[in-house]
Design a protein around this ligand. Structure first.
Ligand code: MN
Length: 743
């Protein structure tokens, strides 16, 4: 890492520092350098250093530190080769300097220039602010991915370095870059098997979007480190002895989980830091040639010592994840009745888990099995992208589902394995095999039992698809397929079907118009479809074909010459239309109006507080211009924030709270503890007695000696809510107090 203080250095020292970075890059590449490679890397460094000579980063340091750092990540953390390092050094030159793609092609050949071209395209895509749909941009990024995966790997390295140095950026840049990272780059890193990088990206996002939580967890991890180390040693000791006795060559150690994953658990399970039981995992890395056999031997040694939980055994050794991950995971009951996760891997599996599948792909001596898996995925992406009709936003959502979900392994009648996202149905399976099979699917036999097409598949199911030539895709199908491939194909067929039906309707319409002596030019067709508020003449024709529109209606129209005119409408009927950029500009009071101060001048701009996160003064917030409901205020840590910021960046308005004691906001608190006669009394005492708060409602449920309550209060500021939580927590018998996000 480069210290930010660098920019206080003299020119001479700065040069030395740059050379130092360059030399450590060469060291990182050391055993990957073939004859003549060193010269090429040197040349790329010189060109980049020269081109960026007069540029500085936001932090003040010379710009060249950035490409050097990205190249270093590419070499060290993703384990790519010389070509990728050269491209990483040059990745910002074409975009920001005089260097051209032609120059790069002449010096380094067409592979390098193509990769740099891809990187330049991506950066153009992301920087564009005036596109209405950022999703369309993300789709373009994925297209480049399908060309050469190195493009996206270098882009991920670029993003990682930008996240590591986000400190010096402005607050809104921090939020924008963080949300793109959550939305696209972290899932991609995950999908490409770059687990280390994915975790670091997520932790950094958390640091900038949920600073308080991040600091809190980091601090607590540090405070509990000693106790954890002691426990881990106690846990490891017998295992280690046994492994040594059996002559295994191995490493065994405990490893804390990422801040992000701990935070995620606290949030989704509503537990405190102290209640997260798996703050760490034990990892065993074996040096062996009989991989599968030894992994299972180690598994049996561990489970001889500690009771294991059958439901939590994950065997990614027999069936690797589609991103290439291989390991055996089990959860066992450790000393003191604590559940402990143990991960068993070989050295080769560990390398894949840390540096991703791509490192083991074409650019290194290939492993045929791995290669085909990444290729399969790229092929899958290409197929999805080829559907010209798919709406970019839907596409990204579908794809994200594919990327995020857990996977299940199912089999064809011939015993071929297919990997599908968890929750996939028989119909998803049919489409996964072939679109033709999906299109005509009427049912399936799962493990020889007949099931409907909507049947949700389970791990290890064997599926035989039953088809009929008469079958046709229907709108309903979209309700139960979950894979992107099935969705996009079904939508395509439905559209195609509609187009065919509409063609019949169009014939009927044309006959009618000819009869009225009206020409069939498109302006006439639009005049009619607009009057009846159809989205297009095609929709009108479709309605005619399915008898939803009576052609007799046209007698209301006036004919002049060969033109047709709609009857004058009493009240001005608004034609529904897509929201455009102009509408958005109008919705804001003048350009350059960036800061909404509300609470004080709330009458100037109407706004609503988003229901999904219920912000109150003191929360970090932003405004979002919605299509129908004006300005909505969200917390920056709202569960929807990442999607909104990443896709509709142009609709985001900076917002901050102004002082105001008169306006109060409704906030909810969840509370639980031991049921006791006096407890309600104590709570109300704190609320109305000590804090003089205005309570709207309180509901308490109790069961088996425990109670859970839900309190709604009006507050002026987050501080008041924090104070309330603090005091309630201190009451005897109260176990936990959490702020509620939404209803
Ligand atoms: Mn860059």
């Amino acid at each position: 890492m480069i210290a930010l203080e660098k920019y206080h250095l003299s020119e001479e020292d700065e040069k030395k520092a740059i050379l130092r970075e360059y030399r450590s890059l060469l060291r990182a590449l050391k055993n990957r350098l073939k004859k003549g490679d060193k010269k090429l890397v040197r040349r790329a460094f010189e060109i980049a250093a020269d081109a960026h000579q007069h540029m500085r980063r936001k932090s003040g340091e010379p710009y060249i530190f950035h490409p050097l750092a990205v190249a270093r990540i590419v070499a060290d953390e993703i384990a790519l080769g010389v070509t990728s390092v050269i491209c990483a050094l040059l990745h910002d030159t074409v975009e920001d300097t005089e260097v051209t793609l032609k120059d790069i092609e002449m010096e380094f050949g067409s592979t390098c220039s193509k990769i740099v071209e891809g990187l330049t395209k991506i950066s153009n895509v992301v920087e564009t602010k005036n596109t209405t749909q950022q999703a369309e941009n993300f789709k373009k990024i994925l297209l480049t991915l399908a060309d050469d995966p190195r493009v996206i790997l270098i882009k991920i390295a670029d993003r990682l370095h930008n996240m590591r140095t986000l400190e010096s950026m402005s607050r809104d840049k921090q939020l924008k870059i963080s949300s793109e990272t959550t939305f696209l780059y972290a899932p991609l890193a995950n999908r490409l098997g770059l687990y280390e990088i994915k975790s670091e990206l997520e932790d950094l996002v958390l640091k900038y979007t949920e600073t308080e939580a991040w600091e809190d967890i980091t601090k607590k991890l540090l405070e509990t480190k000693r106790e954890r180390t002691r426990y881990i040693n106690e846990f490891i000791k017998p295992i280690k002895e046994e492994l040594e006795k059996n002559n295994f060559e191995f490493e065994i150690f405990g490893r804390p989980k990422s801040v992000h994953s701990i935070w995620n658990k606290m949030k989704t399970k509503h537990v405190t830091f102290e209640e997260v039981y798996d703050l760490f995992a034990i990892r065993i890395i074996l040096k062996t040639n009989s991989e599968r056999e030894d992994c299972w031997k180690v598994f049996s040694i561990i489970t001889n010592h500690y009771q294991h939980s059958l439901e939590r055994l994950r065997d990614w050794v027999s069936a690797p994840k589609s991103n290439g991950y291989e390991a055996l995971h089990t959860t066992v009951m450790g000393p003191g009745g604590r559940w402990v996760e143990v991960q068993i891997r070989t050295e080769r599996m560990n390398e894949i888990a840390e540096k991703g599948l791509a490192a083991h792909w074409k650019y290194k001596e290939g492993n045929a099995g791995q290669e085909s898996k990444l290729d399969d995925w790229l092929k899958h992406i290409r197929e999805l992208l080829q559907n010209p009709d798919s709406n970019a936003m839907d596409f990204i959502q579908d794809l994200k589902r594919d990327i995020f979900n857990d996977e299940i392994y199912v089999y064809t009648p011939q015993g071929d394995m297919r990997i599908l996202p968890a929750g996939a149905t028989a119909l998803d399976f049919a489409f996964d095999i072939h679109s033709e099979l999906g299109k005509t699917c009427i049912g399936a036999k799962v493990n020889y039992k007949l099931v409907p097409i909507s049947h949700v598949l389970k791990n290890a199911d064997q599926i035989e698809i039953i088809t009929s030539k008469k079958q046709k895709p229907s709108e309903d199908w979209l309700k139960f397929v979950i894979t992107a491939k099935a969705k996009s194909r079904i939508k395509y067929y439905l559209k195609e079907e509609k187009r065919l039906i509409a063609a019949d309707g169009k014939e009927m319409l044309i006959r009618k118009l000819e009869h009225m002596k009206v020409s069939t030019q498109s302006s006439n067709l639009h005049e009619i479809s607009n009057y009846y508020k159809y989205a297009s003449p095609q929709d009108l024709c479709y309605a005619i074909a399915i008898n939803n529109f009576d052609l007799k209606e046209l007698s209301k129209f006036t004919v002049i010459g060969d033109k047709i005119f709609a009857p004058i409408q009493e009240e001005k009927k608004e034609i529904p239309k897509e929201e455009s950029q102009e509408d958005y500009q109008k919705a804001l009071p003048g350009k350059g109006y960036e800061l909404v101060l509300f609470g004080e001048s709330s009458d100037k701009i109407a706004y609503k507080l988003a229901n999904c996160c219920q912000p109150i003064p003191g929360d970090d917030v932003f405004g979002f211009v919605t299509s129908g409901e004006g300005l909505k205020i969200h917390r920056t840590n709202c569960p929807n924030a990442a999607t909104l910021l990443a896709n509709y960046g142009h609709r985001v308005v900076k917002a901050k709270w102004a002082k105001n004691k008169e306006i109060s906001f409704l906030a909810g608190v969840l509370i639980n503890g031991i049921d006791d006669v006096g407890v309600i009394n104590k709570i109300t005492n704190v609320l109305s007695g000590e804090l003089k708060m205005n309570m709207r409602s309180m509901s308490i449920d109790s069961k088996d000696g425990l109670f859970e309550g839900n309190i709604k209060v009006f507050v002026n500021h987050k501080k008041e809510l924090d104070e309330l939580c603090r005091r309630l927590e201190k009451l005897e018998g109260i176990n936990k107090v959490i702020r509620l996000d939404a209803e």
